[in-house]
Design a protein around this ligand. Structure first.
Ligand SMILES: [Zn+2]
Length: 390
């Protein structure tokens, strides 16, 4: 089965993540792609199931066992894509030109998914003698809050789920993301939360009678900027992921220019490196600000929890995958990444996880997203060889 033909079908079925917006339409959610994947696995005659995570949004799991083997490899690729606004190509046409396939998700990460599906189909057909048990998970909602990967991890780390195809942790997880056939063995995580200042509103013609929440926030912001400068010296850098960072990305406050604002809110993005405790991040910022400011502020609960991928226990598996990469595609390297992936969600349960796939992160989420077909086929061959000899 050619991964290119599989990829054309995947790109032609929109599965746009609404990214937290209250928005509906034929291109949104993974619903139709999940149906397509179930039909794909049924046609192979393997065990498969759809597990709903949110209304219309499901993880699709398939499993191919070899009695007598202890090793279970989980291959994971996410079904959702980022939105298509601003794209300069037809997002769902899956056009092929000059050795590339164009379309939303071609690179992130339907290319990786197609390469995995083709390898899985070949394993199911050829059933090579030395293969591992292989679980393929097609997860939902990676691009927003990773609810699919969190639900997947619960299938072996949470309470028993009757009828689940996965009850024990896999030996290893390989997560598809566009790594240009390199292996990402470590990456940073993100903690995101809101900070709010309050004041007292009044007519702007007599501002002395109120308290301006935006002025209060201005003091917080200049202190946060100093914190951002000092942060790299406060935390030991990770050899592959570098130093942690903090950035303020949004601000809102005030209702009109002639009213002294009683509230101002900012959104903060703090990148955590492996080895840091994500839970300590907000208290650290709170203490820093309180020691330097005489301004009241309030931290709201984070909506991203800062899970990182550490290279502490995935080295031997990365080395083994690297021998197959070298044989198929030549020299590549182990890397750290600045972006986050599902691998961190699976690794928190103690399962060694690595990230590997075709395509470049530079083409992910772009206006003319594409993937090189040659690399797509190489990735599929590498997934196959890895699972066939695990
Ligand atoms: Zn992705």
């Amino acid at each position: 089965m050619d991964p290119l033909e599989i990829l054309k079908e995947l790109v032609a079925i929109p599965s746009v993540n609404p990214m937290g917006r209250d928005i509906a339409g034929p291109e949104y959610l993974e619903t139709r792609l999940s149906e397509h994947l179930i039909a794909f696995f049924r046609s192979l005659g393997v065990d498969c199931q759809k597990i709903e995570v949110l209304p219309g949004r499901a993880n699709v799991i398939a499993r191919l066992d070899r009695p007598g083997t202890a090793t279970t490899v989980l291959l994971d690729a996410h079904q959702d894509t980022v939105p298509v606004e601003g794209m300069t190509i037809e997002p769902f046409e899956a056009a092929v030109r000059d050795g590339k396939l164009y379309g939303r998700g071609a690179c992130d990460v339907k290319g990786g998914m197609a390469a995995m599906l083709a390898a899985f189909a070949r394993l199911a057909t050829e059933r090579p003698a030395g293969r591992a048990n292989v679980i393929m998970s097609c997860t939902c909602d990676e691009e927003s809050t990773a609810l699919g990967a969190k639900a997947l991890a619960k299938s072996w780390s949470g309470p028993a789920q009757p009828g689940s195809l996965i009850s024990a942790p896999p030996t290893l997880a390989v997560v598809a993301e566009p790594t240009e056939l390199n292996i990402v063995v470590a990456h940073r995580g993100a903690v995101r939360w809101k900070l709010r200042t309050r004041g007292r509103s009044c007519h702007s013609s007599r501002p002395q009678e109120g308290v301006n929440a935006i002025y209060r926030m201005a003091e917080v912001l200049s202190c946060l900027q100093r914190f951002a400068d000092e942060l790299p010296r406060m935390v030991k850098p990770h050899p592959l992921c570098g130093s942690p960072t903090i950035s303020v990305g949004r601000i809102s406050g005030g209702i009109s220019v002639n009213t002294v604002p009683d509230e101002c809110t900012i959104e903060i993005d703090r990148r955590v490196v492996p080895g840091e405790d994500p839970q300590a991040v907000i208290p650290q910022v709170t203490t820093y600000l309180r020691e330097r400011l005489d301004v009241d502020f309030e931290m709201l609960p984070p909506w991203l929890d800062g899970a990182t991928l550490s290279d502490e226990n995935n080295g031997p598996w990365a080395d083994r995958l690297m021998t197959h990469i070298a044989a198929v595609a030549g020299g590549r390297e182990k890397q750290g990444a600045w972006y986050g992936t599902n691998a961190s969600r699976l690794a928190v349960t103690g399962v060694p996880a690595i990230v590997f796939g075709p395509g470049s992160i530079r083409q992910a989420h772009t206006a003319d997203e594409w993937i090189e077909i040659g690399e797509l086929r190489q990735a599929s061959e590498i997934y196959y060889r890895f699972c066939a000899n695990a």
